[in-house]
Ligand binder design. Sequence first.
Ligand SMILES: [Mg+2]
Length: 176
Amino acid sequence: MSVKAGVQTYDGTGVMTIMIGLDIPGRGALNLEVAVFDYNGTLAVDGQMLGPVAEGIRRLVEEYGLEVHILTSDTFGTVNQQCRELPVTIQVLRSKEHTAEKAAYLERFGERQVVAVGNGSNDEDMLKRAALGVVIIGGEGCSSRALTAADVAVNRVEDALGLLLNPKRLVATLRR
Ligand SMILES: [Mg+2]
């Protein structure tokens, strides 16, 4: 088993920080470079960002080199204001088919592996398509569709951030 996280490497043009790299017995390698989060029910309740989120996301970006995206229906219209100081890309959904739009968003990352984190029914296809899907039950509960689409279910957003910041926990849960 090997776990690399936020390792500094030299790629010929400069020092770069690599992603969260895991080798999971019975499953294979995971090299996570991008994180895509749902907003309400995942990072926020009633449109308000939860306490542990800002620091956890900052650490994922600064220490682990993850590229972080927030993909949301923005039901409460708060995401841009709430996340304005975070080093993230925010995408508010525009179509009428949010489940398909969320899954299609992952195509832009090509071969780069994505961890998707969500709780709702419209996260189902995004969680399936991602290299790693994490569902948060949280205070709002999660959809049973999202639950069965995910690789890992956790209770709270801090648990999801904790898995990514302490990748050996993921290996322990996912190994066969
Ligand atoms: Mg949600």
